[in-house]
Write a protein that binds this ligand. Structure first.
Ligand code: GDP
Ligand code: MG
Length: 212
């Protein structure tokens, strides 16, 4: 498993800030597929089981850039637990459910409760992601349900299709944007020891596409 020692430090001059983003959600909702789509612009119906996959990607947001360390589980989510190391030092989380599986939406709500146990309010940027919109005919969770839950908890919200590459880049970009906002505010999670500010508290919103 990749190791991260403590919270990411503020960037050296000229270097992008580094933030740790964890993927959370039930098995088979498309977490690994979202990471693969975002980092490699690829999609596979069968993904190899690896230890704990770890990707990095530098995201440009306007004149600033941010290095995202994207942590993906190796299927531990099937046992309804991931280790504390996985959460440790996280600055952001994508809370993923499958729009065709109501149970995965309920499970996302439980994952949020786990996150709330580990972190103070506003310490982590959380985005709720309803994946597999290409399977619209099998939809069990409405956009409204996703949006309302996100709003009630102050989360960012977006629906995606890792298969079609729809809104995947936008979802990660929105999180990166929020992380940079915090960094600029001087109290964000990318600064060691800073006071947390709840910038998740605004309404669920959509961010326009990044450059891919
Ligand atoms: P994980 O267990 O959450 O990491 O889920 P995976 O990324 O391994 O995906 C589980 C299955 O769902 C795989 O067969 C993927 O090909 C499929 N999948 C993932 N994202 C999408 C999507 O957006 N649309 C469709 N139709 N299938 C998807
Ligand atoms: Mg996976």
């Amino acid at each position: 498993m990749a190791q991260v020692d403590g919270p990411p430090a503020s960037a050296a001059p000229g270097q992008p800030c580094v933030s740790k983003l964890v993927l959370l959600g039930s098995g088979s909702v498309g977490k690994s597929s979202l990471a693969l789509r975002y980092v490699k612009q690829d999609f596979k119906t069968v993904l190899p089981t690896v230890g704990c996959a770890f990707f990095t990607k530098v995201v440009d947001v306007g004149a600033s850039s941010l290095k995202l360390e994207i942590w993906d589980t190796a299927g531990q989510e099937k046992y309804h637990s991931v280790c504390h190391l996985y959460f440790r030092g996280a600055n952001a989380a994508l809370l993923v459910y499958d729009i065709t599986q109501k149970g995965s939406f309920h499970r996302a709500q439980q994952w949020l409760a786990e996150l709330e146990k580990e972190f103070a309010p506003g310490e982590v940027v959380v985005m709720l992601v309803g994946n597999k919109t290409d399977l619209g005919e099998e939809r069990e969770v409405t956009v409204q349900e996703g949006k309302e839950f996100a709003e009630s908890k102050g989360l960012l919200f977006m629906e995606t299709s890792a298969k079609l590459g729809w809104q995947v880049c936008e979802a990660f970009a929105a999180v990166a944007h929020e992380l940079l906002q915090r960094h600029k505010a001087g109290a964000g999670p990318t600064l060691p020891g800073g006071d947390a500010v709840d910038l998740n508290s605004g309404p669920a919103r959509q961010v326009k596409c990044c450059a891919h």
